[in-house]
Design a binder for this molecule. Structure first.
Ligand SMILES: Nc1ncnc2c1ncn2[C@@H]1O[C@H](COP(=O)(O)OP(=O)(O)OP(=O)(O)O)[C@@H](O)[C@H]1O
Ligand SMILES: [Mg+2]
Length: 456
């Protein structure tokens, strides 16, 4: 029987159904097949029949790898993509030898300013909780260079030695999952055999990691989108509940009181017309106040002035309404043009932060003054709401917030996050409250703002 040469093998690979993956994997696989000729026979050339069987076996295995690699993109489930990345990599570099089982594979993903184990094979339970800073050794080199790094002695690497399971390992590779400036994480493979990661295996892993990166990116985008959708639904649900509660606590109670007092005034009229007239006067006042409350609620539900004239006008209008409806002094101070570069949707988010903070100050602080300040310094926008009222213990309120059934503080934080900004709340009993929303106007400013140790 004629032996398939390298050109024939290439032909077979090209005909495989998973075209895309075959394209990406074709070259390393070719090398892999070409080099299998000299393996496992004490240096003697293999017999032709044995060679054919060997190649057929290899081909079948590589077909499976290509199919699996192509299937990485067939799911948008983030968890399943993570599983598949490790499984495909392990089966791609396995020769079916018992030593393959000693391979340790780890997928590390960025979480905050650390790398966390997202999924692993061969680590201990304690190892899975290890968090790496990525500031030294092979990991740091892979992340800064953006390229594959081979590791001679993982057990001696300054960061990898935190994994107990790697102490016996003598070789490894570290593949960064990086697109442009965005770092997703790393794929890490280590083995006790110093010669385990042959050039073929390294090449295969590198190709698979590129496919894995695309699959992870897609799955992450989809995952984020799903979270955002859930979040929006929850936010709508919360807004509905808050509206129901505000209607119940405000206008519904007032209208109920008006009905009772009208009834009382009607009966009073038969006995004492002067007292009845006084009562009717008070009822009229209550009815007017209730109308204002409803108007205020309608305004905060949809502040039309925000859409037509922008944030500063809407804040001034809010201040006017607070004085009119509740007799509450609110002073607005805004830098000219402070929000000119902020799109109207984002100005709306800032308006709701101000509205919640001002309402809190009015309801809880019994302040004589509330200040709303809007300042711009470079590319950083600051919205400050300060009151000279009662103040409160921020840590204590935060500690049992879940049981309170209120939403204001959560909304403040979530809205600042929506703007990629930061929320700071300073308060102490008897010393008033200061709410600060810091909003970056450019991506560079956002980076600066979220860097540890940022000072406003
Ligand atoms: N400016 C403030 N001065 C004094 N206490 C405040 C101030 N802001 C908030 N608090 C305290 O923090 C608590 C939590 O505020 P939060 O806005 O989350 O809830 P709420 O105003 O009671 O209800 P909701 O906002 O859901 O209508 C308040 O109940 C109050 O005790
Ligand atoms: Mg509140």
């Amino acid at each position: 029987m004629a032996l398939p040469d390298v050109a024939q093998v290439a032909h077979i690979l090209a005909a495989l159904p998973a075209g895309l993956a075959a394209l990406a994997l074709g070259l390393p696989l070719l090398g892999f097949l070409g080099r299998t000729r000299s393996s496992g026979n004490g240096g003697r050339p293999p017999r032709p029949e044995a060679r054919v069987t060997e190649l057929e076996h290899e081909l079948e295995r590589l077909r499976t790898v290509i199919r699996q690699t192509a299937s990485l993109n067939a799911t948008l489930s983030y968890d399943r993509v993570l599983e598949r990345v490790l499984d495909v990599s392990a089966s791609a570099i396995s020769n079916g030898n018992p030593e393959d089982r000693q391979l340790i594979s780890v997928l590390l993903l960025v979480s905050g300013d650390c790398l966390e184990v997202a999924l692993a094979r061969g680590l201990t339970t304690a190892d899975q909780r290890v968090r790496l800073r990525g500031e030294s050794g092979a990991i740091e080199r892979a992340l800064t260079g953006g390229n594959l790094v081979e590791i001679d002695d993982p057990g001696k690497d300054p960061e990898l030695q935190q994994f107990a399971a790697m102490h016996q390992c003598r070789s490894g590779v570290c593949l960064p999952l990086v697109v442009g400036l965005e770092v997703y994480g790393l794929l890490l493979f280590v083995h006790p055999n110093p010669a385990f990661f042959s050039a073929d295996r390294v090449e295969l892993l590198e190709s698979i990691s590129q496919q894995a990166l695309v699959a992870l990116q897609n799955a992450k985008l989809y995952h984020d989108l799903q979270l955002e959708k859930e979040h929006l639904t929850e936010a709508q649900e919360e807004a509905r509940k808050k509206l129901a509660r505000d209607l119940h606590d405000g206008p519904t109670q007032s209208v109920g009181a008006i009905a009772m007092r009208v009834n009382f005034a009607r009966r009073l009229m038969e006995r004492d017309t002067k007292a009845a007239a006084d009562e009717l006067y008070k009822i009229e006042e209550l009815a007017r106040r209730t109308t204002k409350e409803i108007r205020q609620m309608l305004f905060t539900l949809r502040p039309l002035i925000l859409e037509t004239e922008g944030l500063v006008a809407a804040l001034r209008y809010l201040a006017g309404k607070m004085d009119d409806t509740h007799g509450q002094q609110v002073l607005v101070e805004a830098d000219a043009g402070a929000v000119d570069d902020l799109e109207i949707g984002k100005q709306g988010v800032l308006f709701y932060i101000a509205e919640e903070a001002v309402t809190n100050a009015r309801k809880h602080a019994k302040a004589t003054h509330i200040w709303v300040r809007l300042k711009r310094s470079g590319d950083l926008l600051t919205l400050e709401i300060q009151d000279n009222g009662a103040g409160f213990d921020v840590a204590q309120v935060a500690a049992n917030y879940e049981q309170r059934g209120s939403l204001g503080m959560i909304n403040l934080h979530e809205r600042a996050e929506m703007l990629n900004g930061l929320m700071r709340i300073d308060s102490a009993r008897g010393q008033g409250t200061r709410i600060l929303a810091l909003v970056p106007l450019t991506p560079e400013e956002a980076d600066r703002l979220h860097r540890p140790g940022f000072k406003a």
